[in-house]
Design a protein around this ligand. Structure first.
Ligand SMILES: CC(C)(COP(=O)(O)OP(=O)(O)OC[C@H]1O[C@@H](n2cnc3c(N)ncnc32)[C@H](O)[C@@H]1OP(=O)(O)O)[C@@H](O)C(=O)NCCC(=O)NCCS
Length: 195
């Protein structure tokens, strides 16, 4: 595998102390691409409220999931030497057949890209979905997003073009990276056992 191991650091669930860093990181994105994955508001005050709400809601996520599945999010952060260098979102949805889908978003701070953080966050998203009995995982990709494609393919997700049954995104047809969570998690666990 061409990837180097990520720089030392950790990937964990976000806490309230991360909100300021999350807002700053989220605002490093261009306005248009961000709509693809996590279309939260972009201004600082509303973003602060959104991230604070998502983090505070975690203890009651089981309830949120039952009452309003589309409101349930997990937020993961990658941290290096006490600095937040990346964020991974998992947004829950229910498929027509009632199976749970975890829709993921990833963002790594521009100077930290290419060091393996995106892959580590995605791996953590898969394992979290597996623990929480989410059956499928999906990510929306703009066609030219080679880094995101690489991260998803490396971890075993399949890439396909979006179709008429997929949610409408702001800009035309797009790609979907998806996979069966149990199968992806089992492959990760097996890889870890052989390392
Ligand atoms: C996508 C993103 C999260 C990847 O994070 P990252 O920390 O750079 O990811 P990694 O370091 O784990 O892996 C990146 C891989 O993409 C490859 N890559 C990066 N840019 C590339 C390009 N232009 N063409 C081909 N491959 C590219 C890297 O070489 C690396 O693969 P390798 O390890 O086999 O060499 C990051 O680029 C990002 O935040 N982009 C902006 C937001 C975004 O697009 N999010 C995803 C939406 S689904």
């Amino acid at each position: 595998m061409a990837t180097q191991e990520a720089a030392p650091g950790t990937v964990r669930l976000a806490g309230l102390r991360d909100v300021g860093a999350l807002v700053r990181l989220y605002r490093t994105q261009l306005d248009e691409p961000r709509r693809w994955v996590t279309p939260f508001p972009f201004d600082r005050p509303r973003l602060t409220i959104v991230f604070t709400g998502l983090i505070l809601a975690r203890p009651v996520l089981g309830l949120v999931r039952r009452i309003r599945p589309g409101w349930a999010h997990w937020v993961l952060v990658a941290e290096s030497s006490g600095v937040v260098v990346g964020v991974g979102f998992v947004h829950l949805a229910r498929a027509n057949d009632r199976r749970w889908i975890g829709r993921t978003g990833l963002l790594v701070a521009p100077p930290e890209r290419g060091k393996g953080w995106g892959t580590r966050l995605k791996r953590a998203q898969i394992l979290l979905c597996d623990r929480e009995r989410i059956e499928r995982i999906q990510a929306y990709l703009q066609g030219g997003n080679a880094a995101s494609r690489r991260v998803n393919e490396r971890l075993g997700l399949q890439i396909r073009p979006s179709g008429p049954d997929d949610p409408v995104r702001p800009v035309g047809p797009y790609l979907i990276a998806e996979g069966d969570v149990r199968r992806l998690a089992a492959a990760l666990e097996e890889g870890a056992a052989h390392r």
